[in-house]
Design a protein around this ligand. Structure first.
Ligand code: SF4
Length: 205
């Protein structure tokens, strides 16, 4: 069975798009393989490229601070990006680069099976909310089966625009409610399942 470590090793050797030419270190992502929450940003920046870790610069510190304010620790979540290597000069990732890197993200999601996927910024948002505008839909969760997709502003944008910072703070504050909602739905389903099992056992006799 493929593990997160296997995927990180594949990424370290990956030459599927031109971003491998300029990277110092690939940044596969990090966090718990049992994380209920997965954050997906855009691409590694300067500090991430130097350290091979996601969200370690100023925007990472802001994200961590806001999560800590609502009782969520960084080590309990999984954090990654839509592309795993830094675009030169921090330019936007190209559609072909996002497409080339997509299988790694798909595999990470398959392994972790997060209950809540939080998109940070428009590049990861577009994956689940095509053609949407981040300023319109941020903070509006979309539920699909047992999973919630939740778009938020990228912390880097929030560092530059005070009103987006307020929006980001408000949106982060809703995360514990979303997790509680998912947990209560899971608990209801398991009660229903128990009742079904009991009914089946009773009807057996
Ligand atoms: S960005 Fe993704 S697809 Fe491109 S070289 Fe890095 S790991 Fe490979």
């Amino acid at each position: 069975m493929t593990t997160l470590h296997d995927i990180a090793e594949q990424i370290a050797k990956c030459e599927k798009c031109p971003l491998h030419y300029s990277r110092k270190h690939p940044v596969p992502g990090e966090g718990s393989s049992n994380a209920k929450i997965m954050f997906i940003g855009e691409a590694p920046g300067y500090h991430e490229d130097r350290q091979g870790r996601p969200f370690v610069g100023a925007s990472g510190r802001l994200l961590e601070e806001l999560l800590n304010n609502v009782g969520i620790q960084r080590q309990d979540v999984f954090i990654t990006n839509v592309v795993k290597c830094r675009p030169p000069g921090n330019r936007d990732p190209e559609p072909e680069e996002i497409a080339a890197c997509r299988p790694y993200l798909e595999q990470q999601i398959d392994i972790i099976q997060p209950k809540l996927i939080v998109t940070l910024g428009r590049f990861s948002m577009q994956r689940y909310f095509p053609k949407a505008s981040i300023s319109r839909i941020h903070g509006q969760p979309k539920r699909e089966g047992d999973r919630i997709y939740y778009p938020m502003f990228h912390p880097a944008a929030a560092l530059h625009q005070p009103r987006w910072r307020t929006a980001l703070e408000d949106d982060v504050r809703k995360i514990p409610e979303l997790i509680a909602e998912l947990e209560s739905a899971t608990a209801d389903n398991s009660v229903d399942q128990d009742e079904d099992d009991q009914f089946e056992q009773l009807s057996f006799f």
